[in-house]
Design a protein around this ligand. Structure first.
Ligand code: ADP
Ligand code: MG
Length: 396
């Protein structure tokens, strides 16, 4: 069996439209190493870019129109650049174009909004997408398609936006053109990633720093264990968690939970009801764990961060209550089989967990988790290693 080659697939798809490739771009998905639900509390996150990427092949057009096509949906969607602002922002999530196309077309719209470019002066293009980022597996295929599109059009249109600005464009497209209320983490990781490094992001200031992970030199691998449990109840759960965080901050008299430190938790315990207190404790301790992870990597190397990953999982399971039995089983089994540390990652209520393991024991840990899922009567998980990789780039 030959490996899928999404770069070639994107090129072929573009060629099938009768267009000639003028440039090729790609952007990765992301995995969050630590820092969960901290983003909307103005806190810290620490994601890295995946080796899985979304590729786009670009051809220029001289008629001021954009045409997008994807291997997901081989019916092209075409609009005049001048008509984008009649399509977006979307109202009540009602799309005038097929939903997937709101990601790339929304990026085009958000680029114009951000730069106040004159649509009449912008070159038209055909954009063909192909990807090996699994959709809905917690790897953020949405940020990957946004990052690839934003990078390609930024250059085609000579806009000169930097990577942070392009991440903000991607977020705006997702929030306002697609209508999905997400933070900035995914786009930042996809735009800024570097090999064997993670992006330390302060969600308040948007300051970032690439921090070496040193997994390769230490002989460590990071396994993604996708439970294949879909985030069925996540919409309500996510909103409730956000509301608890807002309430906690209000009662504690701070703008955001980011403004509380671990030393404030005793006072929080006195002032807050039990549930709100535990939600607050997760955010406050999780922010501290992100800072500790960055510090620990610098002083002691990647083997020393296992306990922080484990503690993050316990906090999400017991205090934030966003785990599910499948995620708990994946984490416990991985650690029992020798993982250095493990935690659920992403928004919770399903999705994936990660485990930091010796590269030599990747197979053993994966087999142990699969066996445990079978024994528990759970659907089979999808387990694969991810190597922290480069962010968005031009490939050709
Ligand atoms: P994820 O966790 O993977 O980011 P989202 O629901 O946020 O899940 O985004 C997935 C959606 O993004 C898909 O349903 C599709 O609309 C769009 N998408 C992602 N990648 C592609 C692609 N290569 N081609 C077309 N649409 C894509
Ligand atoms: Mg997404």
């Amino acid at each position: 069996m030959t490996e899928p080659d999404p770069r070639a697939e994107a090129r072929d798809l573009l060629t099938s439209l009768g267009s000639a490739v003028s440039s090729e771009w790609s952007a990765p998905g992301r995995v969050n190493l630590i820092g969960e639900h901290t983003d909307y509390n103005d806190g810290f996150v620490f994601p890295f870019a995946t080796p899985h990427r979304t590729h786009v092949a670009v051809a220029t057009r001289d008629d001021g129109r954009l045409r997008v096509i994807s291997t997901f949906d081989a019916v092209p969607v075409e609009v005049a650049i001048a008509d984008l602002d009649a399509l977006f922002p979307t109202v009540d999530g009602d799309h005038a174009v097929p939903e997937w196309s709101a990601y790339p077309l929304g990026v085009a719209w958000a680029l114009i909004q951000a730069t106040e470019a004159d649509p009449a002066k912008l070159t038209g293009a055909d954009l063909a997408f192909a990807s090996d980022v699994p959709v809905g597996a917690g790897l953020s295929s949405s940020a990957a398609i946004e990052g690839a599109t934003a990078s390609a059009l930024n250059e085609l249109w000579g806009l000169g936006l930097d990577r942070v600005a392009l991440a903000q464009v991607g977020r705006r497209a997702e929030n306002e053109a697609v209508g999905a209320p997400t933070g900035i983490m995914d786009q930042m990781a996809s735009m800024l990633g570097e090999p064997d490094a993670a992006t330390f992001l302060d969600c308040r200031s948007l300051q970032t720093e690439e921090v070496d992970l040193g997994f390769a030199a230490a002989g460590l691998s990071l396994l993604v264990m996708d439970t294949n449990v879909k985030h069925a109840h996540s919409t309500g759960g996510y909103g409730e968690r956000r509301a608890s965080c807002e309430k906690g901050a209000r009662v504690m008299g701070v703008p955001m939970l980011r403004d509380l430190a671990v030393a404030d938790l005793d006072r929080a315990a006195e002032l807050l009801d039990d549930v709100t207190f535990r939600r607050v404790r997760h955010i406050v301790t999780e922010n501290q764990r992100v800072l500790d992870t960055v510090q620990t990597l610098r002083t002691s190397g990647p083997r020393a961060i296992g306990a922080l990953l484990d503690a993050s999982h316990v906090s999400m399971r017991d205090d934030f209550e966003i785990s599910v039995p499948e995620l708990d089983l994946a984490v416990e089994t991985a650690v029992g089989a020798g993982a250095i540390g493990a935690r659920m990652t992403g928004g919770g209520f399903g999705g994936a967990a990660i485990a930091l393991v010796e590269t030599a024991s990747v197979e053993a840990v994966a087999r142990a988790v699969e066996k445990a899922f079978t024994a528990a009567g759970f659907a089979a998980p999808t387990i694969f290693p991810v190597t922290p990789s480069a962010g968005a780039r031009r490939d050709g």
